[in-house]
Design a protein around this ligand. Structure first.
Ligand code: NDP
Length: 428
């Protein structure tokens, strides 16, 4: 056992993965290390010991699951062996990306910089310049807060509508054999530019993989240097809900008290949190195609699972967040004065809202995208009133129509602004 640990430490050092092995402690030695960026990784196995204390005294930052180094946490011998195997696999290059396998099995392991790039077996070429930091989902989750993201989205939408962003409509390539889509979303925004490469694979629903996954690459505008690569899944989740929160903040009744949600997936959950930052809802009503999913979300957030009609009828804010291609929301259900945030249904032939629901003022994130990507608008023959950024920036007055639909398609500048926020917050 101890020999195994020693071998692992030696192997880690030899590969430059861990520039400093901090301590070994009895038989259940914690192994932790400081990577080249000075970020100390949590103990990979074993219960806490002096090594971790040493790291703390050294002023290193600790990332990861606190359970792994909570003082006195019990660690059974079997667990130690299993972890040794996993760590050995990573060090041996069995797993390129380490992060996924490790996180799913046991740990919330953040490889802040070069970890996976340096694990390429048989002396292969590095995938990217290791000086470009990678921010995984765990790191982003610790940094990004709706309280910061919502104002950042406001600024991005204003800048977009004021013509201060260079951004083509996204390219979407079908991956027909797997019913998937690959989206390419570039933008130039202030002192950065970059792109999100995003995938939508609806058949992932119900598996351990998310239906939306992606990567964001961000460059310095002044020099063209790559600054960072960030996981795009959580940023997509949060920035989309944050944009709906911006729409809700500005376009929904101030005293809105009932939130109706059609859908129960990632976006449904994210919207509950984000919209809760800008309005105090006393009740959240949820409908989903699969009733048990609505019930489980309702239980999680102390909401009410109900029919689609009942979710909408009395709601002052309605959110549609489904993969539906046929309408799930009927205009006749919508309460006068309500705001509908229509977030799902990307593509000219997909719609979540029927024609009657599109009769009020239609506000969009991008007019240009709406004309080529929104079945909700095109199939209803609806006219766009304004971009949200035009209203926020004072270029268009607040709509006076009784009901308002905010059609969200998602913009590359939202991803860049969120990514930039992660980098800025990280420096704080
Ligand atoms: P999830 O896969 O997590 O959830 C999908 C939801 O859609 C589930 O509640 C599912 O219901 C429901 N659903 C699936 N098929 C149908 C159908 N045929 N009819 C009715 N409901 C259906 O996805 P997300 O929450 O991540 O995304 C939701 C939507 O938001 C998607 O359309 C996505 O493309 C869009 N989106 C938009 C963004 C933007 O910027 N505007 C950004 C990100 C996502 P159940 O599980 O009950 O069967």
């Amino acid at each position: 056992m101890l020999q195994q640990l020693r071998d692992l430490v030696a192997s880690a050092n030899a590969k430059g993965l861990v520039s400093q092995i901090l301590h070994q402690h009895n038989e259940l030695a914690p192994i932790s290390g400081v990577d080249h960026a000075g970020v100390a990784h949590q103990a990979l196995f074993g219960h806490p010991g002096a090594g971790l204390d040493d790291a703390a005294r050294g002023g290193h930052e600790f990332d990861g699951n606190p359970r792994m180094y909570a003082r006195g946490a019990p660690c059974r011998k079997g667990d130690v062996f299993r972890r040794v195997e996993i760590v050995a696999d990573v060090f041996a290059g069995v797993c390129y990306c380490g992060q996924h396998c490790i996180r799913r099995e046991f740990l919330d392991f953040e490889h802040a910089r070069t970890f996976c790039q340096m694990n390429i077996p048989s002396g292969g070429t590095r995938l990217i310049d290791p000086s470009v930091p990678f921010f995984g989902e765990a790191a982003i989750r610790k940094i990004l807060r709706y309280e910061d993201l919502i104002p950042a989205m406001e600024r991005a939408l204003i800048d977009f509508s004021a013509g201060r962003v260079v951004q083509p409509v996204r390219g979407i390539l079908p991956v027909e054999q797997h019913q998937g889509f690959f989206g390419v979303m570039p933008a130039v925004y202030g002192d950065v530019f970059g792109a999100k490469l995003v995938t939508l694979f609806p058949l992932n629903a119900g598996t351990e993989l998310s239906t939306h996954q992606g990567i964001i690459v961000i460059f310095r505008a002044a020099t063209g240097e790559p600054i960072a690569v960030l996981d795009g899944r959580l940023i997509t989740e949060m920035r989309t809900a944050a944009v709906s929160a911006v729409a809700t903040k500005w376009l929904a009744k101030k005293d809105a008290s009932i939130l109706g949600i059609l859908g129960s997936g990632v976006q449904a959950r994210a919207h509950v949190h984000a919209l809760g930052v800008v309005r105090r809802f006393s009740e959240v009503r949820i409908w989903s195609r699969t009733a048990v999913n609505a019930q489980s979300l309702a239980k999680e957030i102390s909401g009410l699972a109900t029919t689609a009609e009942d979710a909408v009828r009395e709601a002052e804010v309605v959110v549609t967040v489904t993969h539906a291609s046929e309408p799930v929301l009927r205009g006749e259900w919508v309460k006068p004065g309500a705001l509908v945030c229509a977030v799902g249904a990307v593509g000219t032939t997909n719609r979540e809202l029927d024609t009657a629901a599109m009769q009020g003022a239609v506000v969009v994130d991008s007019r240009e995208a709406a004309q080529v990507e929104s079945g909700d608008i095109l199939l209803a023959g609806a006219t766009v009133y304004a971009e949200l950024g035009e209203i926020l920036g004072g270029k268009a007055p607040m709509p006076s129509a009784n009901t308002i639909v905010f059609k969200s398609l998602g913009l590359a500048v939202e991803d860049l602004a969120a990514a930039k926020l992660v980098l800025e917050q990280r420096r704080l």
